[in-house]
Design a protein around this ligand. Structure first.
Ligand code: PLP
Length: 380
């Protein structure tokens, strides 16, 4: 049996998404920038998808800029504002590297977080002044699942750096939270299709009216000159269908997944001595089960889990395999030795009770095996 517990890395495509994409991988191959019938049909599909994405994200159609994924949307937000307006970029210490590395490359400022992963508003306050042009705070974290106090942060920015633009990376939020409402305080909102049942390699940045971003990609002037390049028509159509499906059944999925996540987390915490949860469950998205297991290395654990058909990662899929433990856990004050034993299980719309049962059976046994191995004398 294979149990996919890695929805924060990527999600299986929704059937509505596959269905929406197929025509554009077949007979409807037109380039939406052209003028003939085939091109116009593609253009119509992009326009319709834009309307759907805008409605689901609480934006106007003209505010949606299609991108090649979440990383590009985050880069366009942070780098695009500073390139247009100058000034200083600020973000929290637990941002995805798409934001963090962009802010670092611009010699920006990074505000620390509390032990639960939520941004320290006093540290954010200290990072803000009249020189700041963009502040980036994610809606939900990809490693621990922490939901950030975006509205409070945005109010602080409005007071301390009134000219600054607020960006939120909502990539991990869409499946769990009403982004149309919760991201409303932000001027810029990044999403990525493959995190909510859409295809990989397509995303969007909402750029609210009146906010200027310098394009990262120059060329044919698509997306009102904010993102040049021929549209990924199939991807865009698929993203819109996946987003509509996600929004339509989000409440039911959240309820179902939260119950399974709680059963999984409580079961593992009870079965594995020296196991704690990172973050605070009450302020995490419903699909996130992020653990710290003493006395093991997550890379060794992941090998055993993979052998038993459990798909999981260490703190994040990007950090997985890297020698350095997660910057998110470090920012939360998790000791380095413990951070090496992190395990991220992320549930999603396809997760079943049988997958949870499988994980509850396999993971404690795998931890026992690793602990026994490291306690065993080395035979020469
Ligand atoms: N932001 C967050 C919070 C993410 O989790 C990810 C992907 O892991 C990204 C941005 C990057 O998105 P993409 O994979 O579409 O480039």
């Amino acid at each position: 049996m294979v149990s996919y517990l890695d929805h924060a890395a990527t999600t299986p495509m929704r059937p509505q998404c596959t269905e929406a994409m197929l025509p554009f991988l077949g007979s409807r191959w037109g380039n939406p920038s052209g003028g003939h019938a085939l091109a116009r049909a593609a253009r119509r599909a992009v326009d319709e998808a834009r309307d759907v994405v805008a409605t689901c994200l609480g934006a106007d159609a003209g505010e949606v800029v299609f991108t090649g994924g979440g990383t590009e949307a985050d880069n366009l937000a942070v780098t695009g504002v500073v390139a247009r307006n100058g000034g200083i970029a600020v973000c929290s210490a637990v941002e995805h590297h798409a934001v963090l590395r962009s802010v670092e490359a611009l010699s920006g400022r990074v505000a620390g977080v509390h032990g639960d992963g939520r941004v320290d508003l006093a540290a954010l306050d200290a990072a803000l002044d009249g020189q700041v042009s963009v502040v980036s705070l994610m809606l939900a974290n990809n490693e621990v699942g922490t939901i950030q106090p975006l509205a409070e942060a945005a109010a602080l920015v409005a007071e301390r750096a009134p000219a600054a633009v607020v960006h939120t990376d909502a990539v991990q939020a869409v499946s769990w939270l009403d982004v149309a409402v919760l991201a409303a305080p932000a001027h810029l909102v990044a999403v990525s299709a493959h995190k909510f049942g859409g295809p990989q390699g397509v995303g969007a940045l909402v750029v609210r009216g009146g906010v200027g971003v310098e394009p990262l990609l120059r060329g044919g002037g698509q997306e009102r000159d904010r993102r040049s390049g021929t549209h990924n028509v199939a991807g865009i159509a698929g993203m819109a269908a996946a987003l509509a499906a996600t929004v339509a059944d989000r409440e039911a999925v959240v309820e179902r997944v939260r119950a399974r996540r709680d059963r999984l987390a409580d079961g593992l915490l009870a079965a594995i001595p020296g196991c704690t949860e990172s973050g605070t469950r009450a302020t995490k998205v419903a699909g996130s089960c992020s653990l710290l297991i003493e006395g093991i290395e997550s890379e060794a654990l992941l090998v055993l889990l993979d052998r038993e058909g459990i798909c999981a990662t260490a703190a994040s899929s990007c950090a997985s395999g890297a020698a350095e433990p997660s910057h998110v856990l470090a920012a939360m004050g998790v000791p380095r030795a413990l951070a090496y034993g992190s395990l991220r299980l992320s549930l999603g719309w396809t997760t079943t009770d049988a997958e949870v049962d499988h994980a509850l059976e396999v993971i404690p046994a795998a931890v026992d095996e690793l602990r026994e191995r490291s306690a065993a004398p080395i035979l020469r």
